[in-house]
Design a protein around this ligand. Structure first.
Ligand SMILES: [Ca+2]
Ligand SMILES: [Ca+2]
Ligand SMILES: [Ca+2]
Length: 310
């Protein structure tokens, strides 16, 4: 059994560059009110979205690790810096992923279709994910297949975590964590059949349907291989307060605006404690902890000609 330090791969976040990859702007498809997709795992309502809005495995890169056994017999792994892995389609194949938005609902819509050789989505204790300990340290999160999405809608480049010393001032850290750039860990498929939404912060209310929802399809079982189609919508915030929406400030999505956004897939195959790899759209391993490492995405106008007719 592997005894790898949970966050052994997480490196210090000290942003020095802005937005990855640089000089590239990706597109967010605009759905008119008449064509807002349903979160049911059926991709039919994305059929009109042009190919240029979709990203596949070729757009993603993974982490590379070195493994070693120490004197106690514990296996350790260390991230190899400045080295990226190319996805192996027999291990994890991102067939296609796209992002959309709708002005009226003020939501971002996501769809992904992924093949995995080992789907992991069962654990003995799911409730531990919502404990103070888990929310502060990230404990109990890994070892399941997760789609991690980070949104910085006002393009401020703020941090996600590390606002204060976790031991000295946990309430300061919790107040600001995911407030200005939200980090969601979405379990794919839902853990134990129902748990899907873990915001990396103290707030528990972002999983309410008025702020987020999810639907998926796929003929897969725990520890089996197969293809999953997963849809979710998320609501962007300029300030997400842990105590509730009444103290929070939504971001209002505006046509033509450029937002900070990225995602990565935590592929867990071999262990129910850690991930095997982290497949990143932005190609930057720090995208999880600061919006400085996200990509630029433009909220596009409605595509002419796609929605005409009766
Ligand atoms: Ca759908
Ligand atoms: Ca895999
Ligand atoms: Ca997996």
């Amino acid at each position: 059994m592997r005894l790898i330090t949970l966050f052994s791969v997480f490196i210090l976040c000290s942003p020095t560059f802005a937005h990855f990859p640089q000089n590239t702007t990706f597109k967010v498809f605009q759905f008119p009110d008449s064509h807002v997709p349903q979160m049911d795992g059926d991709d039919a309502d994305w059929s009109m979205v042009p190919d240029e809005y979709f990203y596949d495995s070729s757009h993603h890169r993974g982490m590379v690790f070195e493994y070693s056994i120490d004197s106690t017999g514990t296996e350790n792994r260390v991230l190899v810096p400045d080295t990226l892995a190319v996805p192996d389609p027999t291990d994890f194949d991102i067939r296609r992923t796209a992002v959309g938005w709708n002005k009226t609902s003020n939501r971002l819509y996501f769809i992904t279709e992924v093949y995995d050789d080992v789907w992991r989505f069962k654990k003995d204790v799911v409730d531990s994910l919502d404990t103070y300990h888990s929310r502060m340290t990230g404990a109990f999160v890994h070892g399941s297949d997760i789609w991690e999405i980070v949104i910085d809608a006002d393009h401020g480049g703020e941090k996600v975590v590390n606002f204060a010393d976790w031991q000295e001032a946990p309430e300061v850290e919790f107040r600001h964590r995911s407030a200005y750039a939200q980090n969601y860990h979405l379990y794919m498929p839902p853990l134990n059949g129902y748990y899907w939404h873990w915001l990396w912060g103290k707030a528990m209310w972002t999983k309410e349907e008025r702020y987020s929802a999810m639907g998926w399809q796929g003929d897969v079982e725990h520890l089996s291989s197969g293809t999953v189609t997963y849809e979710t919508y998320l609501t962007p915030f300029d300030d997400l307060h842990p105590e509730g929406p009444h103290l929070s400030r939504k971001h209002h999505l505006t046509e033509g605006a450029v937002i900070g956004l990225s995602w990565a897939y935590l592929d867990a195959d071999d262990s129910d404690e850690v991930f095997d790899d982290f497949w990143m759209h932005s190609h930057h391993p720090k995208m999880y902890c600061s919006a400085e490492y996200l990509s630029d995405f433009e909220l596009m106008p409605i595509e002419e000609g796609l929605f005409e007719g009766p």
